[in-house]
Design a protein around this ligand. Sequence first.
Ligand code: FMN
Length: 363
Amino acid sequence: MSLTSPICEKMGIRYPIFGLAHDIDVMVALGKAGGYPVFGAARSMPDEIAEVARIMKSELGDRPFGIDLMLPSTVGDDTDRDGTKSNLPEEHKQFVKELTEKYNVPKATKPTFFSSQIRSQQLFEEQLAATLESEAHSFASAVGMPAEMIKRAKDYGKITFSLVGAPRHAEKAKAAGVDVIVAQGYDAGGHTGPIGTFSLVPQVVDVAGDIPVLAAGGVGHGRHIAASFGLGAQGVWLGTAWLASKEHALCDALLNKLLKADSLDTTISLSHSGKSCRLIKSAWTDEWDQPDAPKPLKMPYQQVLTADIIAGINEHEIEPLIYEATGQSIAWFNELMTVEEIMQRLVSESDAALSNMRNLLAS
Ligand SMILES: Cc1cc2nc3c(=O)[nH]c(=O)nc-3n(C[C@H](O)[C@H](O)[C@H](O)COP(=O)(O)O)c2cc1C
């Protein structure tokens, strides 16, 4: 039995396994392994997006790839990061100062996306323009899906994906003319809604009608892939899976945390971006959960507040505090593998699960 579905032919890929990462080596490896890579560009400047697309095109040739942006409509037009930072509440600035001292976090020596930018509608527009003008085959939108942007992407000939966390979001995506809907459940790493994947996917499939649906959130084993077909999806979309890949080359402090983790080691927290986001538990999430901690600020202010300390934590690998967006599927990734090996494991497990299902139903 071979793992395939109609979306493979439609997209020109071998396996119905789609993956998002913010790392280009991971994405190139996924494309070469027969999956569909979608580079997460929400943390990239427009010129970086153009460069990522150029590299992916030259590495992948005719194989398709996409670019994903986060486009929350609740974020405003403020582009003055320094001015915004100085006006943040004193209580929050003091809390971050205390964390910096308590955990001896040195200053970062290099700027990061968040330590130099504030998310704004202007930045989103520039990121979108770079994405649409690139050779990416598709455009994926998450945490917001302005219908006008979907139309523009289609005018550029892009296939459009929309990540949704509720049936009503799927209705919006359908009305906007999206080509593929990704039903991303509560189990997922990253920004996520409250509906579990098992409950969400069939509801989104029912809304989607002829539009293909991918199941996302908690997919870590081929049995999940087989189950996703049972729920009506045509494929799966994974994020956590690639964090523990050799290509991702995460620093040891973070990688060791992830390899040891199980599903209980992730938590939903507002502390990353101000929106509900599933992260690996760490002293960072614990500190923000304390009863006397301030309530995280709304997007984009939380990342203006925390960008400098986060840059220091990541650059200097401050083990207790370091964290990343991580889903409950982390339980299935406890050994460092290449992306190709992860793909082969998922494919062979799926084949076995599908054939077990057939045997079970025939007996
Ligand atoms: C480290 C990480 C970063 C993510 N960043 C984004 C992002 O920028 N845009 C997006 O649409 N989804 C993002 N996601 C969510 C994924 O697209 C995907 O829906 C999710 O990871 C699926 O669940 P899983 O983590 O169980 O595989 C991210 C997930 C992870 C783990």
